[in-house]
Design a protein around this ligand. Sequence first.
Ligand SMILES: [Zn+2]
Length: 563
Amino acid sequence: MSCLSIAAAVILATPPLAPSAPQEAQDSGGPLDAERACYDVLRYDLSIQVDPQQERILGSNRITARLLSTTDRIRVDLDRRLAVHDVSMNDIGHVDAVGYVDVNDVVTGGERTEDFFFVPIAGVSPGDVFTIDINYGGSPREAVRAPWDGGFVWAQTPSGAPWIATACQGEGADLWWPCKDHPSDEPDSMGIDVEVPDPLVVATNGRLLGTWPAARPGHTIHRWEVSTPINNYGVALNIAPYVRLEHLYTSVTGERFPFYFWVLPEDEAKGRAILPEFAGHMRQLEELCGPYPFRADKYGVVQTPHLGMEHQSIIAYGNRFAGDPNFEYDWLHHHELSHEWWGNMVTARDWNDFWIHEGIGTYVQALYLEQRFGPEAYRQKMAADRRRIANTGPVAPRGSKSTGWMYLGRPGNGSPGGDIYFKGSWVCHELRWLLGDDEFFHVLRRWAYPDPALELVTDGAQCRFTTTDELLEIANRETGRDLAWYFEVALRRAALPTLETQRDGTSLTLRWSTPDDLPYPMPVELDLDGHRRTVPIPPEGTTIDVGQAKLTIDPDDWLLGAE
Ligand SMILES: [Zn+2]
């Protein structure tokens, strides 16, 4: 069992992220209400003071957005634990008419009863750009078992210094800052100012623009700028007396971009030792999926007190330099780095397509192992993934879903749970069998960058929202095939297809049995006395003459349901 499997086992064995009647802030995504669908976030400017002693935050966020449709109020999400001190709006399009409106009266004092609030925006017309400033603060939710639950992690380094991190994939960023908590809307850019006591260092998303003394003595403001779109759960604070290590890395594009690892002072030697391996992961993923997408900002890894998360351009690394139980590589770093393509650049518009992040992000570990250690390592990894498949629900269910629901994964509830990782990985593996290496690797590259010209773009236009249907369209376009039958069975149905086999004397009959009798013309490889033969299987099945040969079906384990 690989560590990744253990990680998924934890996901599956622990209570779901969202209880049956979840508090809004503790789930993320799902159907989008009119009060959030009516605006498009253009930019966030988050400014936050972090107090390690009191375990409190005090912050403000300026939301710059464009109104898309007529409404008299918009919804902003924020965990009810945090008090909203002041909300004000400055409608750039109608400065004279609306001006600066104090809307404190819509917020229920300090005692909030919902995980969102409404801001009236009378006078703003569709197409107008407006800004809302929200001052807030309090004791944010503490993550007890991050990253499987979200919030702040208030830890200490071995020498007793504050070591602080945030993680909120399951719940969304509204756990600690006011935002539109839905995967379908990302700002085009974001400013992040963090004030912490000296000599703590802040490692967060984007580029460090500078640091300067805060008004409070003994505190410093660290100003960061994210120059591309970013998903809200990808925004993360990491605060400790970090040492910043640098690796000289040249992209497959020939560009140099900053490549940093922030480690605790106690682990500086281990950090230096592992950096070349991290760079090797980057090289393999760039060659496979295209250039690292956030070259304009940086690549950053930061040592965290929790296991890990794919925070954009600042990967959370908490694997304690432990590598992997089965292979000589750091599985966690490779997995989280893969999300820079699968999750951060290419983002599921709705959590129902979560497998695009986790399934492809898991499969590329097998490809790394194959490249580094050979085909047997690849097969071992795929066999380990296969043992985790539970078939509790379709990998890509139709209709909007929240993160909490997607992770439920219990028999009978229709949620895929850990299958978004392991069955998602097997979808890639089966497509590789069906298409052959040349076509499959070409499709994988175009899933990341649908237009090769985008591989040279760094201004944010390389980022996009995607869906399972878009990946199908790309695969069809790039191969000239119609793969709808495969996607329908493999991703839209919970149950696996089953290969029915019958040997009668010298003849062998093969037929796929599928949920809802869907067509599944998946060819199958046979080993007949050591000779390989690939047999097409039409919907009605096929019968072939195999003589007296010793028979092995699907000898290299390419297909689910053919064992
Ligand atoms: Zn992942």
